[in-house]
Design a protein around this ligand. Structure first.
Ligand code: TZP
Ligand code: MG
Length: 215
């Protein structure tokens, strides 16, 4: 799939660890999110209770089937082997994951996104050619990533996204209540885990995260 920055608008990231390992609720929240207008999905099995091996492949396949049904681009977090097996649209890597240059060499027919948290990481990323988009964050404190870098706030988000021509998506602690302040920055979209995965009304949550008010 050819990368288009419009897919960053409402980007859901999730793995089974985000729903206490409950596969049914993982798949049903994902399907609801696809039905109600997410523009990209990243399959991210990470942390102490994350799946691995054939189980990860199996659930990844089910998640991919759902996203395909709704024509939502499917991105795999830091696992090029799985991305190839699932014929994913994209691959996402963080600063502590596989080296970005290596990833860009190995990823064929796939776009690649990279997470950054600081000006230095942005500058390093600008030296590498072929990166499709940058994930910037965490913006606010997050419960969803144990080893998260410090929260940078919306002012730093503004500065970092302003300083690059690459498409950008903000991540970390974003919810219905603070999304407007995030979308004021020159970003192409927002990425969330818990706001959607813990929502009891996915349609309303996505509507608000897209910057629309229910009032
Ligand atoms: N990378 C930076 S913050 C984060 C990731 C994967 C977690 C975002 O989760 P939440 O629940 O939207 O704060
Ligand atoms: Mg990562």
């Amino acid at each position: 799939m050819k990368f288009n920055k419009a897919i960053l608008d409402m980007y859901l990231v999730a793995g089974t660890q985000n729903v206490h390992g409950n596969i049914d609720s993982f798949l049903s929240q994902l399907e609801a999110a696809c039905r109600h207008g997410i523009t990209a999905f990243q399959y991210r099995e990470k942390g102490p209770s994350a799946l691995s091996g054939t189980r990860k492949l199996e659930i990844g396949r089910l998640a991919h089937d759902i996203t395909q049904k709704y024509h939502v681009p499917f991105i795999v977090d830091d696992d090029i082997e799985l991305a190839n097996q699932l014929n994913a649209d994209g691959l996402h890597v963080g600063q502590n994951d596989t080296d970005i240059s290596q990833v860009l060499q190995d990823a064929h027919n796939m776009f690649v996104g990279l997470s950054i948290n600081t000006k230095d990481e942005l500058h390093d990323a600008q030296k590498v050619s072929g990166i499709a988009y940058l994930g910037i964050g965490p913006i606010f404190s997050t419960q969803s990533k144990r080893d998260a870098a410090p929260a940078i706030g919306t002012q730093n988000l503004h500065q970092l996204s302003q300083a690059t021509d690459l498409p950008t998506v903000a991540i970390g602690g974003i919810n219905e209540h603070n999304v407007q302040s995030v979308r004021q920055a020159p970003v192409d979209g927002v990425a969330v885990i818990s706001a959607i995965m813990n929502s009891s009304n996915v349609a309303a949550t996505i509507y608000q995260l897209k910057g629309k008010s229910l009032l």
